[in-house]
Design a protein. Sequence first.
Length: 253
Amino acid sequence: MLRQIAEKIVQAQRTVVFVGAGVSTESGIPDFRSPGGIWTRFDPEEFTYQNFLASERARERYWQLGREIYALIKAAQPNAAHLAIAEMERMGLLDCLITQNIDGLHFKAGNTPEKVIEIHGTVMYVLCLTCRKRYSRDEIELRLAAGEKVPRCDECGGLLKPATVAFGQPMPERETAEAFRRSAASDLFICIGSSLVVHPAAQLPVVAKDNGAFLVIINRDPTTCDSIADVVHRGLAGPAMEEIMRYVKEMKP
Ligand SMILES: [Zn+2]
């Protein structure tokens, strides 16, 4: 079955890879949208976009949580799945990568920004909500470590917020539209490490399939799209992608 997926990758003209939290958890980063870990000490209901806008106290808590998450992410390393997807790009076998993950590990693995659509944003940057000035997360981290509780924009005084999509915050329009466009145009769509439940994860494979793509699902657990997929591989992302790329390199040295 993994060999068949490799054949499809070699034959396809426009392969879109879509990844979810399962790929990050294999690098030791917990799934922030599932219960457990950090959410035993932080209530997800509290960390909505609406609360962030509403009070200074909520913003202070948001940045406390953000610092914990960022420390975890900064220490994490890409796993075999990240490396395999970066290898696909180097071999010219990747139209684009759509990721729900905010950890930037695809870039550590070697993917380039032109190929990656981050539909839930990224922890690697901080944005001013007023003038949209972009700061590096490391720069803001230094300010927080020096004692700032709620950082403000040095240009306009506006609120700064990590460039991630918070609970209740609208999805980024450009990235979301691009994700749908590329999915519809793909002839091979590979979902890795997502149970395909939240929007737009549940819709992208359907859009790809409706427009004629061969649909592959690689996930440890059943997903909402298994019934429409051409191939379903039940297993961890890293080992599966490593083996697939071994076959790909045999076929296309
Ligand atoms: Zn600003």
